[in-house]
Design a protein around this ligand. Structure first.
Ligand code: AMP
Length: 355
């Protein structure tokens, strides 16, 4: 694949903060960005050359978008299959490929995919009725977590099942086909941000440690408190995932680390990820630049880490603290330009390098 020349236009599906930071990284490499989003006034559109505001099902708008860009990528995994098909039919290259996106859209398919690659997962079963839920719980045992198969994020669409007699009404409450997962009493949570270039070359960032609050990522720190052996296992799992789907771009794998050092895969995100925001200041090449490099067919950048790092999300009202953070020496403040600070909304983040 010929590398895209500076001056070309990269299309991004989605207008959130990930699209915004991708767009800024693309600009640094001399590309223009065209955003396709169903939301007017999106965070990404305000830093991009052009935006299409239309439904992801609007084939005419997608075809027009595809004609104006030389590559398409995405900032979210729930791209409808027909959207990707319309873009490919219009003759534009989409990276990562729709197959990788489809796997990540369904928690059951995703965990089955991990299992097929020899990557450990929590015990799991698909459930599409209360009877199936009861049978799955009898097999997996309590405690367990019932999740929707599709469209869950940041802990939404999840029901904790604490005891064997705790399932009454749970399936109706979920309201959609689900997956029951055994609860992992993990010691810590880590993720690894990895990249695969158009030539199949691979790059890995150091695994990072993630703390969640109310199902939302709150804090990411590096180095993660894991052995070099565990870090190697995380890299190996990421390599298997990337190669298996002929992936191009940045991909994130999230794991539970058990007390004995076992790694259990939780999920994959076929995109840049909140737990990789530290790479903007904390690595030689940011995850955003790395993704743009891969999508553009450029060589991957250096992933070396610059020190010990803490990244804190600014959620909801936290962002009102911008004055204090802006006056703190060494704090790197990022605000996403969202108009209102609703509860639970990711408004920005701050990264501190502890050299
Ligand atoms: P998810 O949306 O699946 O990434 O889940 C959000 C968070 O819920 C994870 O980061 C964990 O903190 C917790 N969680 C999810 N699944 C499990 C599980 N099987 N065992 C223990 N904790 C879980």
């Amino acid at each position: 694949m010929n590398p895209l020349s500076p001056g070309s236009t990269i299309g991004i599906l989605g207008g959130g903060q990930l699209g915004r930071m991708l767009s800024m990284a693309a600009a640094q490499l001399g590309f223009d960005v065209c955003i396709f989003t169903d939301e007017p006034d999106s965070p990404a559109s305000r830093v991009s050359a052009k935006t299409f505001v239309a439904s992801y099902q609007d084939v005419a708008a997608l075809t027009d978008f595809a004609r104006r860009v030389q590559r398409v990528t995405t900032e979210f995994e729930n791209v409808p299959a027909e959207t990707a098909e319309a873009l490919i039919a219009a003759g534009v290259r989409v990276a990562p490929n729709p197959h990788a996106l489809a796997i990540a859209q369904d928690r059951f398919d995703e965990k089955s995919f991990f299992r097929s690659l020899g990557i450990a997962t929590p015990p799991f079963a698909a459930v599409s009725s209360q009877a199936e839920l009861n049978a799955a719980l009898a097999e997996i045992g309590a405690p367990a977590i019932l999740k929707t198969r599709r469209l869950g994020y940041d802990g939404r669409g999840q029901i904790r099942i604490k005891a064997a007699d705790d399932t009454r009404g749970a399936y109706d409450k979920l309201g959609a086909p689900g997956i029951l997962e055994g609860y992992c009493a993990f010691e810590r949570e880590i993720s690894i941000i990895a990249a695969r270039g158009a030539d199949g070359g691979l790059a890995f960032y150091d695994p990072c440690e993630n703390e969640h609050a109310g199902g939302i990522l709150n804090r990411t720190t590096l180095p993660a408190h894991i052995s070099t052996g565990v870090a190697g296992k995380a890299r190996d799992a990421a390599r298997r995932v990337l190669d298996a789907v002929d992936y191009v771009g940045v991909l994130t794998l999230e794991f539970f680390v058990m007390a004995d050092g076992a790694l259990i895969a939780n999920e994959m995100a076929p995109r840049v990820h909140n737990s990789g925001h530290w790479t903007i200041e904390g690595a030689v090449t940011s995850q955003f630049e790395q993704h743009i490099r891969a999508v553009a067919g450029w060589p991957l950048g250096d992933t070396a880490r610059r020190g010990d790092i803490e990244m804190l999300n600014l959620i909801g009202d936290d962002a009102h603290d911008w004055r204090r953070i802006a006056s703190e020496p060494g704090a790197h403040l990022h605000l996403y330009g969202k108009r209102d600070a609703r509860t639970g909304r990711k408004m920005g983040h701050v990264t501190r390098l502890l050299l």
